[in-house]
Design a protein around this ligand. Structure first.
Ligand code: PRX
Length: 639
């Protein structure tokens, strides 16, 4: 790695203040003092007795403390000069605009909290939110935590089956949805998907349907209610439920190495403090900012940096409902110009897409309001980094490449302009944040020398850390805390360079990232095998110029089925319907046999090597060499 060449020119002349180093040192020496100072900037109904308690894999944060997330995100500001400040600026896909002040949002949340109570939702109950990117989705989230219930937001791109699976796992009592949503100018009926899912979800007692499109939807008497009808009669104030710091605030499902998605549990106090601190350090959030995080609220990035992070700071968060390039490839840049967006946080896959459309779409707009750019979700390749820096940031905005996960709750490794901006190197997330003890280790858990690939681990507890997998404590321990006892295993490969900068090198497990979306290979393979024609399936990722990674499947068929283009198309649709459009395979290859070891394990490594044209490596454990030849022929044929 040619480090010096890659150092960003604007920060080359920056004189180091040493503040970051000092803060990192202090946070590790006195974590309790360090985190309590930050926690004290927020409101606690009852103070904590202990900042961190327990030992791996079970930690508790701010033990004994009582607080409420919605109080901190809203009431605190409503009582201040921020009362009439914009909390949410929202633009719909057709161009309709809404602005909700802190006071207005607070009122909506209070009323909806009462609606939920009237539906019988109590502290600890689960509420599934399956909604488009509309302000009511945020209202639903905040109202849920206001009454001490637990939200589980399911990305609106998931299929009925995916939704049902998540509702059942959480045993949700209420589902909040909308009649429909815009998707590239077309109206998509969401309620139909919900109805389909609800055929197999006995725990659901009520459904609240927000009217986004005015569609005529099926309403089941005694189960389905219109949002507006319920809000009309709702009382205007709901006293926040003061919950214990470790009380779960939400569950968020993500993919792992097994077939079933895992419900990651986040607490209240620790999560709140972690998100609050990182919003300040990484985005250097200010009162006159218009912060735009482009993630959907169905992902952790949306939870932490569309909703909770900005609102905890009393900042203005921008939400956009539609597709990034609809109706034209300059939609995003027109939004930046129109509202004067100051901090833009997005994923490399979007940047690569805009790069392909070309600079002419960017140059139509005045982007001078931008002061900071962010990237998240997958490694950013230097070409995309430089393009983002040059054409979007006009060579004046630092880029914060932020590494973190659904499980970590908030940003863990990133430049921190809010503390001290260090020279940036395109493709490196720089250093762990203060208080984050990240390390790169070998198979035995020992730190590796500089410039050597190893596993990324976190050696100490951090505030926003996950607190288990919903309903599966054993999987929690096995997945995260067993590979290296006492350390949290991230599942990522990483490397540190001579300056101690971290470079994230991709997943070390069977998780793939398609356009920043996290998918498990086993989840995909199970979906293939559920089709009547499929006998076995192996899924691997191949590099993709825009999406980062794309899905390639190798499939063997059952007796009586023949490979054909129609079947290939049918399988593609099957996967879309089973998981969702994000999981649509790029290539499907039919083979008579998959390459396996003599003990019957599918050799995905060999499949990966074939599709990327790399050396096949050691084949001594392979059961049948002919299977590899067949895979090679299948790949050649289709390309
Ligand atoms: O592999 C890492 C990659 O995304 C994974 C986490 O995915 P998810 O839980 O969906 O959360 C994404 C948004 C926080 C990580 O294990 N990843 C995330 N950020 C980066 C990244 N890889 C490289 N660089 C990043 N900045």
């Amino acid at each position: 790695m040619e480090e010096s060449k890659n150092v960003l020119p604007i920060t080359q002349g920056v004189v180091p203040t040493g503040k970051l180093k000092e803060m990192r040192k202090r946070a590790l020496e006195d974590p309790e003092g360090f985190w309590s100072e930050i926690a004290n900037e927020l409101y606690w109904k009852k103070g904590w007795e202990k900042v961190i308690d327990g030992e791996a894999p079970y930690f508790k944060w701010f033990v004994g403390g009582k607080t409420n997330l919605s109080y901190n995100a809203l009431d605190r500001h409503v009582k201040s000069w921020r009362k009439n400040k914009a909390a949410i600026i929202w633009e719909g896909e057709p161009g309709d605009v809404r602005v909700l002040t802190y006071y207005q949002l607070w009122k909506e949340v209070n009323k909806f909290a009462n609606v939920l109570k009237d539906l019988g939702v109590k502290k600890g109950d689960r509420v599934t939110i399956y909604m488009p990117m509309v302000p009511e989705a945020v209202v639903a989230m905040l109202a849920t935590v206001r009454i001490g219930a637990i939200h589980s937001v399911v990305f609106s791109g998931f299929s009925a089956k995916g939704l049902a699976e998540r509702i059942n796992d959480a045993q949700a009592k209420v589902v909040i949805t909308a009649d429909g949503m815009w998707r590239r100018g077309k109206k998509l009926n969401l309620k139909d998907i919900v109805d389909k899912a609800l055929q197999e979800t006995p725990s659901v007692e009520s459904v609240v349907v927000y009217n986004r499109l005015g569609l005529e939807v099926n309403m089941e008497e005694g189960r389905d209610y219109k949002w507006d009808d319920l809000m009309e009669g709702a009382k205007t104030y709901a006293e926040p439920e003061w919950v214990e710091s470790e009380h779960p605030s939400f569950i968020l499902y993500t993919s792992g190495t097994t077939g079933k998605p895992k419900g990651i549990i986040h607490d209240t106090g620790g999560y709140m403090v972690g998100v609050y601190a990182t919003m300040k350090w990484v985005f250097d959030i200010r009162d006159d900012d218009i912060h735009w995080c482009t993630a959907d609220i169905g992902w952790i990035t949306g939870h932490s940096y569309v909703v909770y992070g900005p609102l905890l700071h009393g900042a203005t968060t921008l939400m956009y409902e539609g597709a990034p390039d609809y109706p034209k490839p300059d939609r995003w840049w027109s939004i930046v110009e129109k509202y004067g967006v100051t901090t833009l946080y997005t994923a490399p896959t979007a940047i690569r897409m805009f790069m392909r459309y070309g600079e002419k779409w960017v140059e139509k707009h005045d982007l001078s309001s931008l002061r900071l750019l962010g990237s998240v979700g997958e490694p950013i390749n230097p070409e995309a980094w430089w393009w983002y820096y040059k054409y979007i940031g006009k060579e004046k905005c630092p880029i914060v490449d932020t590494w973190w996960q659904t499980e970590t709750g908030h940003i863990m490794i990133s430049p921190v302009p809010g503390i001290e901006l260090v020279p940036l190197k395109p493709g490196s997330a720089t250093y762990p944040l203060p208080g984050i003890d990240a390390e790169v280790v070998d198979e035995n858990g020992n730190p590796v020398p500089p410039n050597t690939r190893g596993y990324l681990v976190i050696r100490r507890p951090w505030p926003g850390m996950l607190h288990g997998i919903w309903g599966d404590p054993e999987r929690y321990v096995r997945t995260y805390w067993s590979k290296f006892p006492g350390m949290y295993f991230t599942g990522d490969y990483a490397m540190k360079d001579n300056d101690g900068y971290f470079w994230i090198l991709g997943r070390a497990d069977d998780v793939i990232k398609v356009a920043g979306h996290r998918l498990g290979t086993l989840e995909l393979e199970s979906a293939f095998v559920a089709h009547p024609a499929v006998s076995e399936a192996a899924v691997v990722a191949k590099p993709h110029p825009v999406k980062g990674e794309a899905i390639v499947a190798f499939v063997t068929l059952k007796e009586g089925y023949q490979p054909s283009d129609e079947l290939r198309e049918e399988l593609r649709k099957w996967i879309r319907d089973t998981i969702g459009p994000v999981a649509t395979p790029e290539e499907i290859h039919f083979v008579s046999k998959l390459p396996k070891t003599r003990s019957g394990k599918i050799m995905r490594r060999v499949l990966r090597a074939v599709i990327t044209g790399q050396q096949l490596g050691d084949l001594s454990t392979l059961e049948d060499e002919a299977s590899v030849e067949e895979v090679k022929r299948a790949v050649e044929q289709l390309r």
